[in-house]
Design a protein around this ligand. Structure first.
Ligand SMILES: [Zn+2]
Length: 180
């Protein structure tokens, strides 16, 4: 289960930055900022293999969104332990852009990248609604378009569909000879 958090608490953040960390040479579209270098590299590779992931990233950019993604040990301490990721409802408007924050559990495989696709779809759902500019308004939006699946966790069918599609495309690309 993957969910949207309200509110999201950032704790236990770990990333690969540090004095001895190698430079991060992953190149991602400017609308995505992934603090964990290893995850950034996994997403960069996956963008070549998943049209659905490419499309959801394109939509974020077209809708003037900027999404910051960080990896943590626990997405929502005290919440469902199976939670793989969440989108903070705390949106920041900066000029023409809306800034959104996603938290995902540490993971670098196809499942982890599919979770990124899922959370980016939630970002698109916010960005598609110009009136959703505050946490209160985003709470209201997901009460309208989503359903509650656990305490403080909302879900939408579109996000689940994107996650499944990205995972399928990544798997399919892997099976094709000559593809990585
Ligand atoms: Zn979700």
């Amino acid at each position: 289960m993957v969910g949207i958090l309200l509110p999201l608490v950032f704790v236990g953040a770990l990333n690969s930055y540090g004095p001895s960390a190698p430079p991060c040479d992953a190149t991602l579209p400017s609308q995505l900022d992934i603090i964990d270098c290893r995850l950034a590299a996994a997403v960069e590779r996956s963008l070549e293999r998943s049209a659905t992931l490419r499309e959801v990233v394109r939509r974020v950019g077209a809708l003037q969104g900027r999404v910051y993604i960080r990896t943590v040990v626990s997405v929502m301490p005290g919440g469902p332990r199976s939670l793989l990721g969440g989108l903070s409802h705390d949106v920041v408007t900066c000029g023409p852009y809306r800034l959104l924050h996603v938290t995902v559990r540490h993971g670098y495989d196809d499942k982890a990248v599919a979770t990124i696709g899922h959370e980016l779809q939630h970002a698109v759902e916010v960005l598609e609604h110009p009136e959703a500019g505050t946490q209160f308004e985003v709470d209201g939006l997901f009460l309208r378009i989503g359903e509650q699946v656990a305490a403080r966790v909302m879900e939408t069918r579109r996000a689940l569909a994107v996650e499944a599609m990205v995972f399928r495309e990544l798997r399919r690309a892997k099976r094709q000879p000559g593809r990585t």
